[in-house]
Ligand binder design. Structure first.
Ligand code: GAP
Length: 513
């Protein structure tokens, strides 16, 4: 199946099976805002738990907080967001559509990369086992030509972005003959800066109100609380503070479903360290976070690091963990070495000392910070895209199955009475009443067993049990496995032991190195 089709199918599957709905749908929706349905919220909660527990339970020097969306507006002045949290935008005069100039150029770079990959794939097919890919990439005139174009564009683009040279960004779009995907024309406006923060008013009277912002990242809530946590928790450097919460950005281009939203959720951890040790810690957190992702079993080839050339104003090293989505490798998580930028800025703007007293050095200093920041919704999307599978069965039928890691699946066990009579529904409910304390169970009695299995496959339920006439005599049930569709007869008393170990977040955490 073409990757574009996979993505379209994932989007409609999310809606059809209660994972994600467009927000305010009966009012025709609201751009780039989505709601999570009954299955989506379970999957999302499981992702959050996997992250939270891997941070807070697995590290004795990491604790969590929950700070507010509303914060003092000077915080955003100090952090640089009021002045520098901008994207370069450009409009097409014919379609009246607005784009991010940097995204248009990055898509053009990706087109060159695509062409190279297609050439290599064609050659791989032509030469079979004898294919020497490295040599082909070094010598094929067509590959070299596309590579040269890609590299030249990349260099010019990086320079323009580093200098935030808006005229040059526009000129690149013109020179590369980039057209608007809607109108097909090159009738572009100038490039302008656009601040991404949402503003609102706090206070009831016109004179007494103040303009505040919806937070565009959760991180600042950690920075301004770091000394509270350090003192009340008697934390010693190195230590971390983790937080999960909503963030808001008025994205210019909000496309690709839940990949880029205006209201989204972040899981961020700030790790406070001694200045000078940041590059070692940066390396360590890169490895730790990549291991967390790969532990889900989606294959190492689907992840890569993308080290930043253009560093944000606060960072001295930065990388993204990218996942292979149906629309290419895309950022899911950012890892930044943020130096002492944020804490120093808050000291300056608040006029209060927030230095750490190091008892070992008998000295005070402003800690450096390594940040890991991951979007819950992007993680959700990557998991859905990778798990969605259409499978041809021996009988010629196709089944849609969500091969979710069992620990993340919304429902762990579906209990299905073969028929709605003869005491089977009561027996099925008895099983659920016993197991519901240990994992999420669902009761289903409508339609044939085959249809019910398909519905559970489609929401990724790893186990189904069928209660039939024999169950009432010998307390055994048919246990069916989602991925293999294998069925076996087991005692009801054995169910918990077979299932529990494979479906808990603990089972995932235990596999983490
Ligand atoms: N505190 C650092 C920070 O916010 P970021 O790279 O801007 O860094 C971190 O964001 C993560 O948040 C991204 O890797 C992405 O997963 C998620 N994210 C950012 N903007 C998003 C958006 N508009 N919609 C969904 N997720 C987003």
């Amino acid at each position: 199946m073409a990757q574009e089709d996979v993505f379209k199918k994932v989007v409609s599957h999310c809606k059809e099976y209660g994972f994600v709905f467009p927000s305010s749908e009966i009012y025709d929706g609201l751009g780039a805002v989505y709601d999570y349905g009954q299955n989506g919220v379970e999957l999302k909660n499981n992702i959050k738990q996997y992250w939270w527990q891997s941070m807070v339970l697995m590290h004795e020097n990491i604790v969590g907080i929950d700070s507010c969306v509303f914060m003092h507006p000077t915080i955003w002045k100090a952090s640089g967001h009021v002045d520098a949290f901008n994207d370069p935008l450009i409009d097409n005069r014919d379609s009246k559509k607005r784009y991010r100039a940097d995204v248009l150029i990055e898509e053009q770079i990706a087109k060159y990369e695509d062409k190279i990959e297609k050439e290599v794939a064609k050659a791989r097919k032509r030469f079979g086992d004898a294919f020497d890919e490295a040599k082909y990439r070094e010598t094929s005139p067509r590959v070299l030509e596309e590579q040269a174009k890609r590299d030249a564009l990349h260099e010019r683009y990086s320079k323009a972005m580093n200098a935030m040279d808006l005229d040059e960004l526009r000129q690149i779009i013109i020179d590369e003959e980039i057209v608007c995907p809607i109108s097909g024309t090159r009738n572009w406006t100038d490039v302008r800066q656009f601040n991404l923060m949402f503003k609102t008013e706090m206070g009831s009277t016109a004179d007494g109100s103040m303009t505040i912002y919806l937070r565009p990242e959760t991180a600042q809530g950690i920075f301004v609380n770091y000394l509270n946590v350090q003192k009340t928790g008697r934390m010693k450097i190195p230590f971390g503070i983790a937080q999960i919460g909503k963030a808001f950005r008025n994205e210019i281009v909000a496309r690709q479903f839940i990949f880029r939203m205006r209201e989204f959720e972040q899981m961020e951890m700030q790790f406070f360290i001694k200045p000078g040790t940041e590059l070692d810690w940066f390396k360590q957190w890169k490895e730790t976070r990549m291991a967390w992702h790969q532990n889900l079993g989606f294959g190492a080839e689907n992840y890569r690091f993308h080290d930043h050339e253009k560093l944000a104003h606060y960072a001295n090293a930065a990388t993204d963990i990218e996942f292979k989505m149906p629309f290419g490798f895309k950022e899911v998580e950012g890892i930044h070495s943020r130096t002492d930028f944020d804490l120093s800025q808050h000291e300056k703007f608040s006029g209060k000392s927030i230095k750490y007293f190091d008892p070992e050095l008998n000295d005070s200093y402003t800690p450096y910070v390594i940040e890991t920041s991951i979007g819950v919704d992007r993680m959700f999307l990557s998991i859905m895209c990778h798990s969605y599978c259409e499978e041809k069965l021996e009988n010629g039928e196709t089944r849609v199955v969500l091969r979710l890691p069992a620990a993340l699946a919304p429902v762990k066990l579906a209990v299905l009475p073969l028929v709605k009579k003869d005491g089977m529904p009561e027996k099925a409910r008895e099983i659920i009443d016993d197991l519901k304390f240990h994992f999420n169970c669902q009761y289903e009695e409508k339609d044939s067993i085959g249809k019910r299995y398909r519905r559970q496959d489609a929401i990724g339920t790893p186990y189904c049990v069928t209660v039939d006439g024999d169950t009432l005599k010998d307390d055994t049930v048919t246990l069916r496995f989602r991925d293999t569709m294998e069925q076996k007869r087991v005692k009801i008393s054995e169910l918990r032991g077979i299932i529990e170990d494979n479906v808990t977040i603990t089972s995932l955490l235990k596999k983490l190195k």
